[in-house]
Design a protein around this ligand. Structure first.
Ligand SMILES: Cc1cc2nc3c(=O)[nH]c(=O)nc-3n(C[C@H](O)[C@H](O)[C@H](O)COP(=O)(O)OP(=O)(O)OC[C@H]3O[C@@H](n4cnc5c(N)ncnc54)[C@H](O)[C@@H]3O)c2cc1C
Length: 389
């Protein structure tokens, strides 16, 4: 097979890139290791920066999002079990966020792919990248027991943190930055009405998060030891731990019920530099991951794709400047989000070696945030998302 851009991975980054390129008439083929239903069932992100919402709207992907998405404009943080700060981002910087599940975005992307007859090969195994530093790179893979090959001009590595694309950059040309946090997030999904606000919690017992997907679907998290297993956490244990970390006014409002999904996610910050090697370009989790605190992972995947799709489209119109600046430009925004996610994670979690002094220092920083308009503006700017270049 022959195409202009071979895209590895049909998660949000790969499927969105394919959608934008198809609309611009840039031929592409997507290879996905998993089945379509497996990708659609993954429960992940839920909070969209406004730039992400606008990007999806610009590309005709927001019909359902505009009906079902829940616009919200406050960042709420509780601490000491009694105090709560509420920052109104629309008042501070005139920008908002939207709660809309990644699962829904993935469904919208696949529905759009079906409508335009896009080329997505599911259950493609043994994907390998070849000749990436030449003008004739190619990708090999196996599907339905047959070996296949795609010759292309560019390869877009959108295959997530555990994908193969990043390995195409030799270790001598790759710089990796990593921080692994000594705890995880135990998350549950329940078909119960969510709290009316999205609430982050700093508590002596550990972090908590109350989040929403839609009026009858709630997503909650508690910080848990990464050595725990999901089986250690009955629904009753989860709810009582969450309630114990919330101020009573919110605990009283919490509607509990059986979980329909439960998972334990490790927390890690990771960046690979550069995001280009020859004619292979990385986008999304393939190049970087952030802890979910601050809700940046999916949003970064979308902003990378915004830059990369523009770079490919401009290339086919005779201008390589965005292709040449892609890695530096994407990394500027990535590091902004990586720093913010690290800061918010550090501020809101209980670390294993944390002393009473450290706990008080965290609480004081939250009290300062509650009192300072300047600090709230800085928080708002980064939370709703830095502007695109
Ligand atoms: C529990 C959890 C909560 C999260 N919450 C948030 C949040 O609130 N806000 C937010 O912005 N982000 C959040 N994230 C992060 C967000 O989900 C990711 O950043 C986002 O999915 C990145 O999209 P991607 O397309 O780059 O990577 P992925 O979604 O990982 O997609 C990569 C795709 O490539 C495929 N693939 C992998 N290897 C190969 C291969 N060798 N060949 C072919 N295909 C391959 C995979 O099957 C996958 O479909 C969360 C993540 C988790 C785990």
């Amino acid at each position: 097979m022959q195409t202009k851009v071979a895209i590895i991975g049909a998660g949000p980054a790969g499927a969105l890139l394919s959608h934008i390129l198809d609309r611009a008439g840039v031929d592409n083929i997507v290879l996905e290791r998993q089945s379509r239903s497996y990708v659609l069932e993954r429960i992940r992100a839920g909070v969209l920066e406004w730039g992400t919402v606008e990007t999806l709207r610009e590309h005709g992907l927001a019909d359902r999002l505009d009906v079902e998405g829940h616009v919200h404009d406050t960042i709420n943080i509780a601490w000491r079990g009694t105090e709560t700060l509420s920052v109104d981002t629309s008042e501070k910087i005139d920008r908002r966020m939207m709660a809309y599940g990644q699962t829904r975005i993935q469904e919208d992307l696949y529905a759009a792919a079906d409508a335009r007859g896009a080329s997505i090969v599911f259950e493609a195994s043994d994907v390998a990248l070849h000749n990436v530093t030449t003008d004739s790179p190619y990708v090999t893979y196996r599907v339905n027991g047959t070996d296949e090959r795609i010759d292309c001009e560019f390869i877009a590595g959108c295959d997530g943190f555990h994908g193969v694309s990043r390995q195409a950059i030799p270790e001598s040309s790759r710089k990796e930055f990593e921080k692994v946090y000594p705890f995880g997030w135990l998350g549950i999904l329940s078909e119960t009405p969510p709290l009316p606000i999205l609430l982050y919690v700093n508590h002596e017992r550990g972090f908590g998060l109350c989040s929403m997907r839609n009026p009858m679907l709630s997503r909650y998290y508690v910080q848990a030891p990464i050595t725990d297993s999901v089986d250690d956490w009955s629904d009753d244990r989860f709810w009582s731990e969450l309630v114990g970390r919330l101020p009573s006014e919110h605990a009283d409002q919490l509607v509990t019920g059986p979980s329909i999904e439960k998972s334990l996610a490790p927390l890690r910050s990771y960046v690979c530099e550069p995001m280009r090697h020859g004619n292979m370009f990385l986008a999304g989790d393939a190049a970087h991951i952030v802890p979910p605190t601050g809700a940046k992972g999916l949003n970064l995947a979308v902003s990378d794709v915004r830059y990369l799709s523009r770079a490919f489209i401009q290339h086919y119109q005779g201008d390589d400047s965005f292709l040449d600046s892609y890695s530096d430009m994407a990394l500027r925004r990535v590091w902004g989000a990586v720093r913010f996610s690290w800061w918010l994670t550090t501020l809101l979690h209980r670390f294993p070696d944390q002393t009473a002094f450290d706990q008080r220092a965290q609480e004081q920083e939250l009290s300062y945030l509650a009192a300072s308009a300047a600090a709230q503006t800085a928080l708002s700017e980064q939370y709703v998302g830095l502007p695109f270049e």
